[in-house]
Design a protein around this ligand. Structure first.
Ligand code: PGA
Length: 253
């Protein structure tokens, strides 16, 4: 069976009440049930996970702390997080990196997620696209430092989300062009392949994230060499998100 397109909703710190969260969730669930050719994942704020579990929709966390639990004020140990039945965890989102999360921390989180059988969605992406092509080295470094402790056998279990910071959210400078996404998708597979000295393309899924809407989703899937999306803003609107799911469902690789 061909691999399903993976579409992940990243709600960030939204919405502001459980009631609203349940409303958005049930809207998304309706579309997800209809478009079964897509693997749909919702990553709500951690506080809503418990109330949204035991549903037919797959859940993910927006972060994954590397300790089971213990004396870590304010953190959520992964043992309690796993109780919410999450299957995925976003790791190294640029909004967390902007608050000081470094590649070393991200590597620890990646290792902990894989050891707990959680599929990590590792976010990478440059802050600016400079004419000197320094952004390519930036991405290479993010990948090398994130993967350096991951054994070859686990590489296939990592999903990578290319999220150029300049294309994300309300401060986006512009939409990423499909060929820019394709460039990083190819580069990412090459870097990971080189790291593990594999001759064939490593079987990792590459998602794209950054202002994905029903307006650009189809072209990105057709020309971006990707396996799905990580959607922020549009994932809080069940109608828009449903349209993205429909586009992904109709896409033939
Ligand atoms: P956006 O966010 O779709 O609102 O640009 C994407 C993300 O940050 O994951």
């Amino acid at each position: 069976m061909k691999n399903k397109i993976l579409v992940v909703a990243n709600w960030k710190a939204n919405p502001e009440s459980l009631k609203l969260a349940k409303g958005i969730f049930s809207g998304i669930k309706k579309s997800a049930t209809k478009f079964r050719g897509v693997e749909t994942v919702v990553c709500p704020p951690v506080i809503y996970l418990e109330s949204l579990k035991n549903n037919s929709l797959t859940l993910g966390a927006q972060d994954f702390f590397w300790e089971r639990g213990g004396a870590f004020t304010g953190f959520v140990g992964y043992e309690s997080l796993l109780e919410t039945k999450i299957k995925y965890a976003i790791i190294g989102h640029s909004e967390r990196r902007a608050l000081g999360e470094d590649n070393k921390t991200i590597s620890r989180k990646l290792t902990a997620a894989l050891a707990s059988h959680i599929t990590p969605i590792l976010c990478i992406g440059e802050i600016v696209r400079d004419a000197n092509l320094k952004y390519l080295d930036f991405i290479k470094e993010q990948l090398i430092e994130a993967f350096y402790k991951i054994p070859k056998t686990k590489v296939k279990d990592v999903v990578i989300a290319y999220e150029p910071v300049w294309a994300i959210g309300k401060n986006a400078v512009r939409d990423a062009r499909p060929r820019e996404v394709e460039e990083i998708s190819i580069l990412t597979k090459r870097i990971v392949g080189d790291l593990y000295k594999t001759k064939s393309v490593p079987p990792i899924k590459i998602l794209y994230g950054g202002s994905v809407t029903p307006g650009n989703a189809s072209e990105l899937l057709e020309k971006g060499a990707i396996d799905g999306f990580l959607v922020g803003g549009a994932s809080l609107d069940p109608k828009k998100f449903g349209e993205i799911l429909e586009i992904a469902n109709n896409f033939k690789k």
